[in-house]
Write a protein that binds this ligand. Structure first.
Ligand SMILES: Cc1cc2nc3c(=O)[nH]c(=O)nc-3n(C[C@H](O)[C@H](O)[C@H](O)COP(=O)(O)OP(=O)(O)OC[C@H]3O[C@@H](n4cnc5c(N)ncnc54)[C@H](O)[C@@H]3O)c2cc1C
Length: 507
């Protein structure tokens, strides 16, 4: 087996495959290490309608958020894809980049990350069905399409949003900063999920300069002095030390990258000492700054008729609006679900039976709550202690309560007149704050746990290098300094694209 490469990329998710492909195309010999199995040709992954069932079982890491009183002491699963393609192989396929202000705020602490700096990398990733524009890319690797607008729920969401005063927008990734319109999806023209691995890796699989090792778990990094030189890996077939002549890129995601840093001696001094891990670089920010969007899962309603077969991922539109008109940018996002959507606590509390239920998920996207993760043991497989502190910032709770009020009114508008029959969860007149606490879950957007920045608190530099050592970079959701007001696959893909640029420039 070949064990020496120019670059080793750990993780084949949204960030990892983008950086691997761009380094390969620049002439480098690249290895991609992936703990999960190949996702190519797997029917349950390719079928957009089955995305939700991928969250438990072999395609997921099985992590959980620790309970807190703010969410009524419930444990919440926090799925992370364990497959070639990472979470892009198991996610809900929404492609939404947020608004320029999200990135201009990054630029305040991580110079070089303003919207105008990031836009070329977003465009480079995109193969948008509408073709290239000043804002959209038309010939990148990732196929991005609109859904079929004919489903009655899609039409009701648009008409209901307009009846509530939202603008009808053509493209959430276009120039408008809010409104209601058809979503963008990583679904190809044949109607199949388009994972990042299919987009970035599949076209170069036969290259002699690409090695993809699936079912291979990275344990820790190796160093010579302050230079990262490789990674120790385990697979069912072998244990091996892989070496990287030019450097190592961590792209194991917002939960596993901080773990690998800590297992390699890079992290908070006290925590590493408690686990008997020798300290290599004191980096108190590793594991801190954990952010996620709180998601109300979900408001459930009874429809006038059964909903029929699932179309696409079961969603189809995005509604983006302000919980308070005085806010500088939209903070709420809602999407429909063709069927019920409920955390277990809602099942216990409401009558959710029947094939005539539709639901609306509601996220607060300009969210402020922050948490942290810790290693419970010094191994690459032990459960992590992950506390996101959802709803700890009162602004997040206030926004969600207002969002619930908005959506309860929206289904009663003329837009939903042929579709909406009755309220199920919540009921009219209920205490919506308790409903939010009971239904609050994850939007699956955990990030920020090895954040980039110029300040001393940031373990990663704005050029994505791990501070205190050479030839080690991070290119995944961990580096996000402040959660953007969108889903995270698009921003992380953009980060992967830009990571390759920085690495090649700094070589
Ligand atoms: C169920 C779900 C639904 C979501 N829906 C959406 C959506 O609709 N739109 C959107 O924009 N975002 C969505 N997201 C979020 C988005 O997919 C992620 O934020 C994004 O994919 C993260 O990219 P990443 O590169 O940081 O990590 P990942 O894509 O998770 O990749 C990390 C990779 O590293 C591998 N890995 C980890 N540790 C090791 C190790 N020790 N050794 C070897 N390999 C390792 C993992 O198996 C994985 O393949 C969703 C996520 C989930 C899980």
């Amino acid at each position: 087996m070949k064990t020496g490469f120019d670059y080793i990329v750990i993780g084949s998710g949204s960030g990892g495959v983008a950086v691997a492909r761009r380094l390969h195309d620049a002439g480098a010999d690249v290895a991609v290490i992936e703990a999960g199995q190949s996702s190519f040709g797997v029917a349950e992954i390719e079928d957009p309608a089955r995305w939700f069932s991928l969250q438990s079982g072999p395609w997921d890491w099985g992590h959980h958020y620790t309970p807190s009183a703010r969410i009524l002491n419930r444990e919440i699963a926090i799925p992370r894809g364990k497959a070639l393609g990472g979470s892009s192989a198991t996610n809900a396929m929404m492609w939404y980049r947020g608004v320029p202000a999200d990135y201009d705020r990054w630029n305040d602490t991580a110079p070089g990350w303003g919207w105008q700096d990031c836009l070329p990398a977003f465009r480079a990733a995109e193969c948008w069905e509408g073709g290239a524009t000043a804002l959209r890319g038309g010939d990148g690797p990732l196929q991005i399409t609109r859904p079929d607008p004919d489903h009655p729920l899609t039409r009701a969401m648009i008409d209901g949003g307009v009846a509530m005063g939202l603008d009808r927008i053509d493209d959430p990734n276009g120039p408008e900063a809010g409104g209601v319109g058809l979503a963008n999806f990583n679904i190809d023209k044949a109607g199949l999920r388009h994972t990042s691995a299919q987009a970035y890796i599949a076209p170069i699989l036969s290259s002699e300069r690409l090695t993809v090792l699936t079912e291979t778990l990275a344990h820790h990094l190796t160093f010579e002095g302050d230079r990262a030189t490789g990674v120790a890996v385990h697979s069912p077939k072998r244990e091996a030390l892989l070496t990287a002549r030019q450097g190592v890129i961590l792209a194991a995601g917002a939960l596993e990258t901080p773990r690998l840093l800590m297992l390699s001696g890079i992290g908070p001094a006290k925590e590493l000492a408690e686990l008997d891990i020798a300290l290599r670089i004191k980096a108190e920010g590793v594991g801190q700054n954990l952010q996620d969007h709180p998601l109300v899962r979900a408001l459930n309603f009874r429809a006038t008729a059964p909903l029929g077969a699932m179309v696409g991922n079961g969603g189809g539109t995005l509604s983006i609006w302000k919980s308070d008109d005085t806010l500088p940018q939209a903070d709420l996002l809602a999407f429909p679900v063709q069927g019920r959507s409920a955390v277990p606590a809602l099942w216990d509390h409401y009558d959710l039976d029947g094939d005539d239920i539709f639901s609306i998920g509601l996220g607060v996207m300009r969210s402020y709550s922050k948490g942290a993760l810790r290693l419970a043991a010094a191994t690459p497989t032990a459960p992590l202690e992950i506390q996101p502190n959802l709803l700890s910032d009162p602004r997040d709770l206030t926004a969600l309560v207002k969002g619930v009020e908005f959506l309860m009114d929206m289904v009663a508008t003329s837009g939903f007149s042929t579709y909406f029959k009755d309220y199920v969860a919540p009921q009219r007149g209920e205490d919506f704050e308790t409903f939010v606490r009971r239904s609050c879950s994850t939007f699956f957007h955990c990030c920020g746990t090895a954040h980039m920045g110029a300040g001393e608190d940031a373990p990663v530099s704005p050029r994505l290098g791990v501070k205190g050592c050479r030839k080690l970079w991070v290119a995944d959701a961990s580096v996000i300094p402040e959660i953007p007001s969108c889903h995270t696959h698009a921003p992380v893909t953009m980060i992967g694209e830009r990571a390759a640029t920085f690495i090649l420039e700094d070589a």
